[in-house]
Design a protein around this ligand. Sequence first.
Ligand code: FES
Ligand code: FE
Length: 432
Amino acid sequence: RPAGYGPDIDVSGLVDSRNGLVDRSIFTDRRLYDQEQARVFATSWLFLGHVDQLQKAGDFFTTYMGEDPVIVTKDKSGRIRAFLNSCRHRGARVLRADYGTTRAFTCTYHGWSYDLEGKLISVPNEDGYPAESWDRSEWGLQEVAQLDTVLGLIFATWNPKAIPLDEQLGDMKYYMEAFLDRDSEGTTVVGGITKWVLKGNWKLAAEQFGTDWYHVNMSHASALMVLSPTGKGPKAEIANTPGRQFSDEHGNGTGFPTHPKSRFDALPVHQHYDYQALTERLGEARVHGPLTTGHATVFPNFSYLPVNGSIRVWHPKGPDEMEVWTWTVLDKSMSEEVRTAQRLYNLRTFGPSGIFEQDDGENWSEIQAISHGWRTNTIPLNYQMGMGSETDDGVYPGSTSALYSDAAGRRFYGRWAELMNTPAWHEEEQSR
Ligand code: FES
Ligand code: FE
């Protein structure tokens, strides 16, 4: 197989989503990791950033789609575009800054320069290229195949055949609106983007945010104790909380309690909200569920926590490592004071040193640290909780299960396996 296309390993024996079994090698095997880049990241819609990060023409930020570095910018017509951040000459990273404003992207190696539309506009000593065969227009930056925004979030894909973003999200959008569409003004990014490196396969984090409420009372017991007004930790009604977990065939998932205690009465944002108005806009079911202490993953690697206003992307950095990027996203209509208080609350709980974030990160790193033994790798992991509890409950759209369930995990890995076993769009092109 040509380089860059990944191996072609059949993963049917590694993921049994019907029976809730997952082989540990999907978190450790380098060949599976390469195939994942070529079949999961090359074909899916991937999160790039918040529209707020690009205010005017020439504003840009850099990020990754899988391991591929990309530039995201606003062109002169106001259109958001994304390009591979790799020079067409010798492949240097064209832009090294995290964000900024520019008129052109000039590579620091030999000085090739590209405009905001990705066209190559300037080549030092250009007369050195053979006049008869040199065509500058053939050497523009590689652009993504599709880019779209939803609820203030920018997504893109390399896949020209990917179904539209809206279709890919389906019912998931109903749940996302409970966080990102609380009033007509929309959301804004408050503070910068926090980035850190964590030992652990990216799927461990993505999976947990989609499906795993089960860990909360055990992993976060001490953090819950700190936050509890009585200092006694999770109360029985929280430990046995009712709630729902949504999952779909595209691998998206979200879980949320439906207990009134899950409302954000104790948080800074509480003073901002009028529950009456929220109920009118979003309906009672959403105000008592996905609006608050839920968590969610949009397949493959974008996750969020509505109660904190935290959005994050889990960038893969080899099978054993991820880079976590997090933003605090709050309603534009919030006062400066509420924004600051909520941002600080978010950092205290879900920043790199946050009391909850550290519990989660330590679990993922610990799992990864012991995952390379041969015996360890031959024993399947269990994703059987809530099996058979999936139903259309008539309240929340799509298929939902009990809150403490692996339903979204089974579908996350089901989708992952489906993509891993299907030749990607670029492989078809290659074989033509
Ligand atoms: Fe960019 Fe040579 S690598 S100009
Ligand atoms: Fe957690």
